[in-house]
Design a protein around this ligand. Structure first.
Ligand SMILES: [Zn+2]
Length: 242
């Protein structure tokens, strides 16, 4: 935390009774990107750093009222904290420099510079925007794991939640029809096992499964409604012809 407030001198450490201190103040940064040029901005933030950081990630809230608390700005709707990226992507970025300064540089500044660009220009977020929430997480995990479907992502999270010995006996998530232990896809999982532990992956698997089931049920309902809608149009047309 000391290193963080030295680098971001308008941020201060606020002690809290019975809790970890809160980082609060003006977070000023300069970022450069070939598509946008230099972005220099500052946001008023509260950063709640959990006791077991970097195992768990900080929760960041913008308190200056500049970022609209909506999904297009990647603001979580349950607590209005900022959604800086998919949970696994943030862990991956942070693993290169697992400190608060590393978190600021690799997770926070890219998000805030994108938001700053969007606020100033009205254009979409640069850096390849993902949807907010679960659809974005599914899309990002497909890229991270090099897979083609949400079902494969779920199968991968499932094997990451199990001990290697047991996971190797399961069907490989990549779609090769081999057991995981016989496919090179297992090598791809090694760095991910280092990023988070099995209970963490089990929780991710449960949450994403629950979301996926809702989506599946929704698309089935829509598929059932479609023929009925067509019949209606057809009879309407025949009616008009008479
Ligand atoms: Zn495979």
């Amino acid at each position: 935390m000391r290193e963080f407030v030295r680098d971001y001198e308008l941020m201060a450490i606020r002690p809290r009774a019975g809790n970890t201190p809160l980082l609060k103040g003006r977070f000023a940064f300069i970022a450069c990107h070939p598509d946008t040029g230099e972005i220099k901005d500052a946001f008023d933030l509260e950063i709640d750093v959990p006791k077991n950081f970097p195992r768990e990630l900080p929760t960041v809230t913008e308190v200056g009222g500049r970022i609209p608390p909506t999904k297009p700005y990647h603001v979580n709707q349950y607590d209005y904290s900022l959604c800086l990226g998919s949970p696994l992507r943030l862990r991956l970025l942070l693993s290169a420099k697992p400190s608060l300064v590393g978190f600021a540089e690799t997770c926070l500044v890219p998000y805030l510079s994108g938001i700053s660009y969007k606020l100033k220009t009205g254009k979409a977020l640069p850096f390849g925007e993902l949807d907010h929430g679960f659809p974005g997480v599914f899309a990002d995990y497909q890229v991270l794991f090099g897979l083609k479907s949400p079902e494969q992502v779920l199968a991968t999270l499932r094997v990451l939640g199990k001990k290697k010995r047991i996971a190797n006996k399961l069907p490989c998530p990549c779609g090769c029809r081999l057991r995981l232990g016989r496919c090179l896809f297992r090598m791809k999982l090694i760095p991910f096992r280092a990023l988070a532990n099995r209970p963490w992956y089990r929780l991710q698997f449960q949450e994403m499964c629950a979301y996926h089931k809702v989506i599946e049920a929704d698309s089935r309902k829509k598929a059932q409604l479609r023929p009925a809608a067509n019949n209606f149009t057809q009879s309407a047309l025949t009616g008009a012809a008479h």
